[in-house]
Design a binder for this molecule. Sequence first.
Ligand code: PHE
Length: 339
Amino acid sequence: MKEKIKALLDEIRGLNATRVEEVEALRIKFLSKKGEVSVLFNEFRNVANEEKREVGQLLNELKNEAQDKINSLKEHLSDAAGQTEKSDLTRSAEPIRLGTRHPLSLVKNEIVDIFSRIGFTIAEGPEIEDDWHVFSALNFAPEHPARDMQDTFFIEQNPDVVLRTHTSSVQTRVMTKQKPPIRMLFPGRVYRNEAISYRAHCFFHQVEGLYIDKDVSFADLKQALMYFAKEMFGESTEIRLRPSYFPFTEPSAEMDISCNLCGGKGCPFCKHTGWVEILGCGMVDPNVLENCGIDSKIYSGYAFGMGIERITNLKYQVKDLRMFSENDVRFLEQFKAAY
Ligand code: PHE
């Protein structure tokens, strides 16, 4: 019996384990109900009386030592596991992915920056508007097609509530509150009820500009727009103004720039005309000034409005409008710029 205890003690002292599961297997082997230490305890009955005291002591020592050994193996392993997780200070950190500004924000900021250099400041207004600010104040006749369900998102319960179809509604808001001179830009999102495709979306972004003062002329408008076109697309850019119609400007025009891809020579992008349209503009209709409480005999003004998506397409040749709102990181990451 004593020899058996000694042999087991030696075996236990020499135990080693590299994984937690191994330690558990050892515990079962030695300390469980049918384990080797327990088996010896069972045999204790057969020990001669005069040896019981000595053997009993040895058995208890064996059991304690076995328990200590198993516990220390366990502790050692969990310590080691903790260390590999925490302490490799030389490991490089997880790379942090830097976000980039959205291309539409880049271009909006650039437009705002260019006009701010000639004195324009910014105002913003609500996207959910009423009919008066979007249409009536801006001289839209009651039966004007832009009010049609095809174009405008109405709130069914109340046709007076609309999603603004252009940022000209902010122009109305500013003119009713502020006295001229007004020299402001209105950037923002607008909504139109269009089928979504590569070249149309149900929402897009505009920047509108408004300048009202005494003696503002069409020549001032042309000068400001030419300055913008050259700043935005390069010194050699040319502009041309074509007569057009908007209810809120008279006279009205659309502005083309010489195609910045082919330099005006003609290419598929400009449909071989050498020109691409970028904005609408005109002299603020006296009716609009009067609707907003500005005396049209003293003041005159010009306004222009452009789609940010269109300018962005010209700058970066984005072929599909839907990419602007899909938030695909592979697309967005390509726009790393200073603005
Ligand atoms: N609001 C017009 C549009 O959405 C653009 C525009 C603004 C035209 C100002 C003239 C003057 O198409």
